[in-house]
Design a protein. Structure first.
Length: 82
């Protein structure tokens, strides 16, 4: 699955500027050079929705959400190694 910036923002019910802030924070890594050519993978949709839940449910800021997602990725990697 590949989503444009507009499609990802619609799927998450957020403004495109919020998605851009996720990219700036390093939470999402789009393919493409400019915002107009950005494409996001299916896991990007899942990550963006997780950030939404972290912010709404726990009041976590973007830097905190980035840390949580990094730790979750590390945990998943360790589980695969076991």
């Amino acid at each position: 699955m590949r989503l444009t910036l507009a499609e990802l923002s619609r799927a998450c019910c957020v403004h495109a500027e919020w998605i851009v802030s996720l990219v700036e924070e390093g939470i999402l890594e789009p393919e493409g050079e400019t915002e107009r050519s950005w494409h996001f993978s299916g896991p990007s949709l899942r990550r963006a929705r997780m950030v939404i839940h972290l912010q709404q449910d726990l009041g976590v800021n973007l830097a905190g959400a980035a840390l949580v997602l990094d730790l979750m990725d590390e945990l998943e990697s360790l589980r695969r190694r076991i």
